[in-house]
Design a protein around this ligand. Structure first.
Ligand code: CA
Length: 232
C-alpha cells in the first residue's frame, strides 16, 4: 500500500475544524488537527507534512507567520490558506508566501477537496521536476535543487518549490526572454490566480539571493513590458 498523505489542519473554530478533520480522514488522508498556533508550530517542528491547511486568523498567532516558519523549515510542504478575510491584499500576501491556494470561508467542502487534490498534485509535480535537476551555479550562488536550498555568501537559505520552479524555468531558457504569463503558467498553473505583481515580487526575492546589487540586476534582467531574461 502506498504511504498515506500527511495533512496538518490548523483551525481554531471547533465546528469547522472537527468537520474537516473527519472528512480528511474519511478520504484516506493522515490528518492531524491543531487548534492553536502553538500546537501548529509544535506539529511542524516534529513532523513532515505534505500539506498544511492554515487558518489565517488564530487566537495566539497568524497563519501568515506560521507559513513563514514553515517555509524556513519545510520548504517543500504545500500550503492552502483558509480565511474569513477575502481581501485581494490578503490573497496576494498568501500567494507570495508560496501558498498553493487561498480559500475564503464559508466554502463548499467539495470545492475545498478539489483544491486540496490540485495543490497536492501540483506540489508533487514541482518537486519531481526539481529533484531531477542538477546543482547549478548562478552568479555568486549555488542552487541545490534536490535539497531546495541556495548557497550564497557561505549561507544556506531554503527555497520553496515555487522559487525552485521559477529558477529552473529561467535557467532552462537562459538568454531568452520569458514572459510573465509564461512564468504564471509554469509555476502557478491554471488553478491559481496570482497577479503579475506576485511574479515580480518572487523575482525580487531571488535577486536578493543571487545578484551582487539587486537594484541593478545583471543576472535576471527585466525586459520592459514583457518579462525577464537570465544571463549567466
Ligand atoms: Ca480562525
Amino acid at each position: 500500500m502506498s504511504e498515506q498523505i500527511k495533512i496538518l489542519l490548523v483551525e481554531d473554530e471547533k465546528n469547522v475544524g472537527s468537520t474537516l478533520h473527519e472528512r480528511l480522514q474519511k478520504d484516506g488522508f493522515h490528518a492531524t488537527l491543531a487548534t492553536t498556533g502553538t500546537e501548529a508550530r509544535l506539529e511542524i517542528s516534529h513532523n513532515n507534512f505534505d500539506l498544511v491547511i492554515l487558518d489565517v486568523g488564530l487566537p495566539d498567532d497568524s497563519g501568515f507567520e506560521i507559513a513563514k516558519t514553515l517555509r524556513q523549515k519545510r520548504p517543500s510542504t504545500a500550503i492552502i490558506f483558509l480565511t474569513a478575510f477575502g481581501s485581494p491584499e490578503d490573497r496576494i500576501r498568501g500567494l507570495e508566501l508560496g501558498a498553493e491556494d487561498y480559500v475564503t470561508k464559508p466554502f463548499h467542502l467539495k470545492e475545498l477537496f478539489l483544491r486540496i487534490k490540485n495543490a497536492l498534485r501540483r506540489a508533487k509535480q514541482l518537486t519531481q521536476n526539481t529533484l531531477d535537476y542538477e546543482n547549478t551555479k548562478i552568479g555568486r550562488a549555488l542552487i541545490h535543487f534536490a535539497r531546495f536550498e541556495i548557497e550564497t555568501d557561505r549561507k544556506i537559505l531554503p527555497l520553496t518549490h515555487k522559487e525552485c520552479a521559477l529558477l529552473k524555468l529561467l535557467i532552462t531558457k537562459k538568454g531568452k526572454v520569458v514572459s510573465r504569463d509564461e512564468i504564471l503558467n509554469e509555476v502557478w498553473g491554471d488553478n491559481e490566480f496570482p497577479t503579475t505583481r506576485t511574479v515580480d515580487n518572487f523575482i525580487m526575492r531571488i535577486r536578493r539571493m543571487i545578484e551582487i546589487d539587486p537594484e541593478k540586476p545583471q543576472i535576471i534582467r527585466s525586459v520592459r513590458g514583457v518579462g525577464y531574461q537570465m544571463y549567466v
